[in-house]
Ligand binder design. Structure first.
Ligand SMILES: N[C@@H](CCC(=O)N[C@@H](CS)C(=O)NCC(=O)O)C(=O)O
Length: 213
């Protein structure tokens, strides 16, 4: 059965797609126009009462929250495609730890930067240079911890690629490309090597080539 993935071509949707591709799961995307407010319409709210994307429909099973979706498919198809959860319970613990770090420590400052730099002009949010500087400092401190970690292991959870690494792809791509802040990655030797590695995976290249709307 083909998995339907609802959402616009934004970061959280891409987090789901890169994992589906790694797991060799067939999917189709269903665009949702956030600028028109489609995510707050009654039909969409029946599926996702918080009015946020992405969500998946797999037969009659519906799931939202991008990190919950990737955990679900990595577990459901553990032995299909790339194993993204580690081989032992200890490795799995580290995958979970770094997934939480991504969500709780990495995502908030990087999302605020995306909001200030990329979304503010579209959404009419006032540009705040002080906020940008504060979030860049916060993100820099998180990246310093990553630098230390990645000096000891090739990937975040160990010497195997996992959901924890892939979860960083979409928003780091914004940082490096559209936001022109690639120095934050390149100036940190081990983070830079990690980024080059994960961002050159065929799955991620495929996501970037998809004609999403
Ligand atoms: N924690 C959620 C965040 C979802 C989220 O913020 N989605 C954004 C698009 S990337 C959205 O749907 N925004 C619409 C809105 O705020 O009305 C996830 O990871 O799925």
């Amino acid at each position: 059965m083909v998995v339907k993935v609802y959402g616009p071509a934004y970061g959280s949707l891409k987090r789901v797609l890169v994992c589906l591709i790694e797991k060799e799961i067939e999917f189709e995307t269903v665009p949702v126009d956030l600028l028109k407010g489609e995510q707050k319409g009654p039909e969409f709210l029946k599926l996702q009462p918080f009015g946020l994307t992405p969500l998946i429909q797999d037969g009659d099973y519906t799931l939202y929250e991008s990190r919950a979706i990737i955990r679900y498919y990595a577990e459901k198809y553990k032995s299909q495609g790339t194993d993204l959860l580690g081989k032992t319970i200890e490795e799995r613990g580290l995958v979970e730890q770094w997934l939480e770090v991504e969500a709780d420590n990495y995502h908030p400052p990087i999302f605020n930067l995306v909001r200030q730099i990329l979304l503010a002009p579209i959404m009419g949010i006032p540009f705040d240079q002080k906020l940008i500087q504060e979030d860049e400092e916060k993100l820099g401190k998180v990246l310093d911890i990553y630098e230390e970690r990645l000096s000891k292991s090739k990937y975040l959870a160990g010497d195997f690629v996992s959901l924890a690494d892939l979860s960083h792809l979409p928003f780091t791509q914004y940082l490096v490309n559209q936001m022109g802040k690639d120095y934050m990655i390149k100036d940190r030797k081990h983070v830079s090597a990690w980024w080059d590695d994960i961002s050159s995976r065929p799955s991620w290249k495929k996501v970037l080539q998809l004609n999403l709307s």
